[in-house]
Design a protein around this ligand. Sequence first.
Ligand code: ATP
Ligand code: MG
Length: 218
Amino acid sequence: MIELFNIQKTYRLNGAPVEALRGVSLSIASGEYRALMGKSGSGKTTLMNIIGLLDTPTGGEYKIDGRPTAGLSENELADLRNRRIGFVFQSFNLLARYSALENVCMPLYYRRERYPQKKAARALERVELGHRMGHFPNQLSGGESQRVAIARAMVTEPTIILADEPTGNLDSVTGGQIMDLFQDLNKGGTTILLVTHEVEIAQKAYNIIRIRDGLLEE
Ligand SMILES: Nc1ncnc2c1ncn2[C@@H]1O[C@H](COP(=O)(O)OP(=O)(O)OP(=O)(O)O)[C@@H](O)[C@H]1O
Ligand SMILES: [Mg+2]
């Protein structure tokens, strides 16, 4: 489903190259739950951004369902992202001026869904936030905010959810609840790739991928 062949990413900083990814090959099949681990600066976020179509590689090939993503226009990438990818970030990335319900509606507005609020409400109920739909981000706890973000990621029924240190800003109990939610989603068939620094968290996944200096380790 997700196939990366020899993916490279070289940033340019004042003319000097920074090799963040140096040839990453990886495939992720439907229904898998994998954790990505590696030291700070090893290229985890860079890799997630490429898989999530937020950034493009400087070398190599990335295919989704056998189709190359290279050469797609900004609009085509945005559509593909909206249809296939759900993101969960360490810092939640909710829109401050919108309620929990409206935040979850956003990806549905983009695709002009007919009953966005109904679907968004169902997603919020699924993460046990039915009683917080009208709350704004600054009225939610950290764990609640992350659950809103997960509802927003899953409301479109994405092919894969990419989570970049989703428990990084949460205490361990709240982080554990978030991890339970990912496990439930995966049991329901959602493919998940999750970045974490913590071994206990990574062990919830079926398989751990390790990255070091822009290369995957065996
Ligand atoms: N826009 C950029 N321009 C230049 N260098 C960058 C840029 N983004 C990332 N880098 C460099 O690429 C490398 C990989 O960065 P990346 O953010 O992927 O690391 P990471 O594994 O996610 O680290 P962390 O665990 O701290 O989040 C780092 O050395 C970083 O300094
Ligand atoms: Mg990172």
